[in-house]
Design a protein around this ligand. Structure first.
Ligand SMILES: Cc1ncc(COP(=O)(O)O)c(C=O)c1O
Length: 369
């Protein structure tokens, strides 16, 4: 007989998932009700309303996809692109590359604007690319989790709108940890995930579409190639009392995000952003006092994902294994060209505490000495 699961508790300081508040864990254990029960419809409506607040948008079409952040990414592209369209994707890490793969699977023509990993996209590169084409959309990652770069969006958004294209933004890591102003920054399609700064388990993807994006979706010539992610049906599924069955809602996860969003709004967006920034600076001081260096220039650093160079002579795997096995602390490894060269240290949502920083710094000092 296989034993009941009983994993050792860990301190989650990697690139996600983050720790989950006990109120969210309690919400997860709430008894199920039917997904068409009027009580559940009210809960979905409240999730939609709170999702609008954290995206800082009045977009009517704002909801939650019943799958992880990658499904939110796919939802944006499969609904906005049709075969033969063209799309610019800005790439400076793993998740920009993932967007490119999806764009090509939609049968669209892909135009890449690349920047070196660890650096943001330069608006001039995009300006140049826009001279040579007329894309239907331009997509970019706000917080590139593979490198720790925070991408400034206002100038890029202006260029995208001057070119009369739709602006698609990945906020999987940034949402609820740093400012994401969907309306003010002219973002037409945006997606996120639950397991980073929202601090719910992985499994849902908040999305929002501007009226302009909705018009494009309404005027499609071809059917959306994905049945599950077709927003024309998902919109009806999230349409309050008139709601039409589409799939069986992940009830426990909706309970979880409901409580997690309540916690975010109880703290207040501004206070939450300040907490992430404050703890990032505390972590930075601690690491710098031990002689470590950061990969990313200070003005483009993510507060919730710190990419720290591994000094020569320090064995990446040895240190991460020690942290996990002896101190129960998880941190992230480098990806792609940074594998073995950096650590990615998350300070996301519930994991973003002074206590966690102290635990990590003390453990690292012991291991390295
Ligand atoms: C920036 C970014 N985009 C997309 C994703 C994909 O999200 P998921 O792993 O929840 O599918 C991630 C996950 O780490 C991410 O960091």
């Amino acid at each position: 007989m296989i034993k009941e699961l009983d994993p050792i508790a860990r301190v989650l300081m990697g690139p996600g998932p983050s720790d989950v508040h006990k109120r969210v864990l309690k919400a997860l254990s709430t008894p199920l009700i039917g997904h068409l029960d009027p009580q559940f419809i009210k809960i979905m409506d409240e999730v939609m309303e709170m999702t609008r607040q954290i995206f800082q948008t009045s977009n009517q079409v704002t909801s939650v996809i019943s799958a992880t952040g990658s499904a939110g990414m796919e939802t944006c592209f499969v609904n906005l692109l049709e075969p033969g369209d063209s799309a610019i994707v800005c790439v400076n890490g793993v998740f920009g590359n993932r967007m490119c793969d999806i764009v090509e699977r939609c049968g669209a023509q892909l135009i890449r604007v690349d920047a070196p990993w660890g650096k943001p996209i330069d608006p001039d590169q995009l300006r140049l690319a826009l001279k040579g084409c007329k894309p239907k959309l331009v997509a970019i990652v706000h917080a590139e989790t593979s490198t720790g770069v925070l991408q400034p969006l206002t100038e890029i958004s202006k260029l995208v709108h001057e070119a009369d294209a739709l602006f698609v933004v990945d906020t999987v890591t940034s949402l609820a940890g740093t400012d994401v102003r969907v309306d003010e920054w002219g973002i037409d399609a945006v997606y996120s995930g639950t397991q980073k700064c929202i601090s719910a388990p992985p499994g849902l993807s908040p999305v929002s579409f501007s009226p302009r994006a909705v018009e494009v979706m309404d005027n499609r010539k071809s059917k959306v190639q994905s049945w599950y992610l077709d927003m024309s049906m998902i919109r009806k599924y999230w349409a309050g009392a008139k709601r039409a069955y589409h799939h069986t809602g992940p009830i426990s996860m909706i309970y979880a995000i409901h409580e997690a969003l309540r916690l975010v709004l109880e703290e207040g967006l501004q206070a939450r952003f300040e907490r992430h920034m404050h703890n990032h600076l505390v972590l930075k001081e601690g690491f710098e006092s031990m002689g470590f260096e950061f990969l990313v220039a200070p003005e483009f650093r993510l507060p919730m994902l710190n990419t720290i160079k591994i000094p020569d002579g320090v064995d990446d795997t040895y240190v991460r294994n020690k942290l996990l096995n002896e101190y129960n602390i998880e941190i992230g490894a480098g990806l792609g060209e940074f594998a073995g060269k950096v650590w990615r240290i998350g300070l996301m949502g519930e994991s973003c505490t002074q206590n966690n920083i102290d635990l990590l710094l003390t453990a690292l000092k012991n291991i390295l000495s």
